[in-house]
Design a protein around this ligand. Structure first.
Ligand code: FAD
Length: 462
């Protein structure tokens, strides 16, 4: 990789309030490190933007010099789309401001904020945006792909709470968009990923949540998984929208409420969540307990912000990760048998298979109401291949791929764009579904040269 002409770089530095990093700079390696340690890329320049003016200058610079351009939000994307080789990275990780108006129930969130930033500010007023389940994820990438988590059944997807945004588009303009301002572009960013520009600020409607919620885990042995998962699958059809239960299959981590002899053995954990108080959720928790032999449980009232961080230790940055994902409208007995078979054969103790329950209010909007199209999906299933040693690359990715193939005949044939990995360009149409053609039209209008292409890309002319 050649270094860029120093005069040209000096021009970019002069135009920005934030620093511009090059290979060899002390902060360069840290700035090109993202959540998935499998991704190793060396940008020519990393512009650590501090606000819209910096983003405008950086977008203009990339265009003027014909540089590949990537945009980094929280840096969590499994495919590594936050980084590019040899080009310019617009790094938003210093843009994490969140401002809440509790009377209007609105939040203004900067493009590089993390989920924990939003939860912290909104929970000061017992308000929340429905976000994901790992607090170090970026709001930017999560929202642009759709966004689901514990609150989605009660309040819809993250994009369903998005009421406006400020975006810098490929033509170098800053636009304020919403249902009445450039509605096509506003439609496209609610599920069409980072294809359309750099979102410098998101505007969310807030919902009353917490500060305490009811949440926790009920853990069963893998050996009883067949019954547990079937009863779980049947129960979720009857759940009210304000209760969510996800299933996680893995080797039991050393959780304090599990006996020591359970640690490291195969488990099926059901993670229960509701914004309601414990007494209201008790009948559901009782029913869950009856699914099998409870190895340990910890369910009760806890601060919403604490529950949002519960899975962080299992999803810490720095490990090698390879994911494969399917959507399901319904989990057949055969699908559950495949899940159990592969969960019994996890190649490392860090690997897991999870069934994320969506449905509820997330499925109320029409499939074309926003660019996120999968309004008929009840579960997003993800296999997390996760390991520490590069020598295990083939073994773990092989397990994930085999599982994916075995589960495919039972799945819906669609996928959540934010769970696509780097070798899945062929699944981009599955991810955007019936909304692909309209997304392509918007892309051709706002980014005909495909300046924003380090994402699950909608190719102009494609
Ligand atoms: P980045 O890698 O920084 O960006 C991802 C993509 O979005 C890139 O193409 C980037 O260019 C673009 N982008 C980011 N910010 C902006 C912006 N402001 N303007 C324009 N483009 C931008 N998803 C869920 O819905 N629910 C979950 O519960 C959930 N849990 C997860 C847990 C873990 C551990 C991980 C790794 C991911 C999880 N995800 C979840 C998936 C997550 O939504 C995606 O990985 C998402 O892309 C992360 O966004 P980011 O900003 O952190 O990523």
């Amino acid at each position: 990789m050649t270094k860029m002409n120093s005069e040209v770089v000096a021009g970019l530095r002069a135009a920005l309030r934030g620093p511009v990093l090059e290979p060899g700079d002390p902060d360069y390696d840290a700035a090109r490190t993202i959540w998935n340690a499998m991704i190793e890329r060396r940008p020519a320049l990393i512009a650590r933007c501090t606000g819209t003016a910096d983003v405008l200058a950086a977008v203009g610079f990339a265009r003027q010099h014909g540089l590949p351009l990537a945009v980094r939000g929280g840096g969590h994307n499994i495919a590594g789309n936050a980084l590019c080789d040899d080009g310019l990275v617009i790094d938003l990780s210093d843009m994490r401001g969140v401002h809440v108006d509790p009377q209007a129930c609105l939040a203004w969130v900067d493009g590089g904020a993390l989920l924990s930033d939003v939860d912290h500010e909104t929970q000061a007023f017992a308000l929340a945006v429905p976000l994901g389940i790992n607090s170090t994820t970026g709001v930017g990438g999560l929202t642009l792909g759709g966004g689901f988590g514990w609150l989605s059944r009660a309040y819809g997807l993250t994009v369903d709470s998005l009421v406006g945004a400020e975006i810098v588009t490929a033509d170098g303009l800053r636009r304020h968009i919403g249902p009445r301002q450039e509605p096509d572009l506003f439609w496209a960013i609610r599920g069409g990923g980072g294809n359309f520009g750099v979102v410098t600020r998101f505007e969310f409607a807030l919902h009353g949540v917490g500060p305490d919620v009811t949440a926790g885990l009920v853990v069963f042995p893998h050996a009883e998984g067949r019954d547990v998962l079937r009863r779980y699958r049947d129960l979720v059809d009857t759940l009210p929208n304000d209760v969510s239960i996800w299933a996680v299959l893995r080797k039991a981590p050393p959780l304090p409420f599990l006996p020591a002899d359970v640690h490291g053995t195969g488990m099926v954990a059901l993670a229960v969540f509701s914004p309601q108080p414990p007494a209201q959720v008790a009948p559901v928790v009782d029913e869950v307990r009856g699914f099998g032999t409870v190895l340990g449980e910890h369910v009760g009232a806890m601060p919403y912000t604490a529950w949002q961080k519960v899975f962080d230790p299992l999803l810490a940055p720095g490990a090698r990760n390879y994911w494969k994902s399917h959507n399901f409208r319904h989990l057949s007995d055969e699908a559950l048998d495949v899940v159990l078979r592969y969960a019994a054969a996890v190649p490392t103790p860090h690997c897991e298979i999870f069934l994320g329950l969506i449905g509820g209010r997330a499925n109320e909007p029409a499939p074309d109401a926003t660019a996120y199209p999968h309004r008929d999906i009840q579960f997003a299933m993800n296999v997390h291949g996760r390991w520490l040693d590069a020598a295990d690359d083939e073994r773990v990715t092989g397990w994930a791929r085999e599982f994916f193939a075995a589960a495919a005949p039972h799945a819906a044939g669609s996928v959540y764009v934010n769970f696509l990995t780097q070798d899945e360009a062929a699944r981009v149409r599955e991810a955007y579904g019936a909304n692909y053609d309209r997304l392509l039209q918007v892309k051709e209008r706002y980014d005909p040269q495909n300046l924003f292409r380090f994402n699950h890309n909608i190719r102009p002319g494609g």
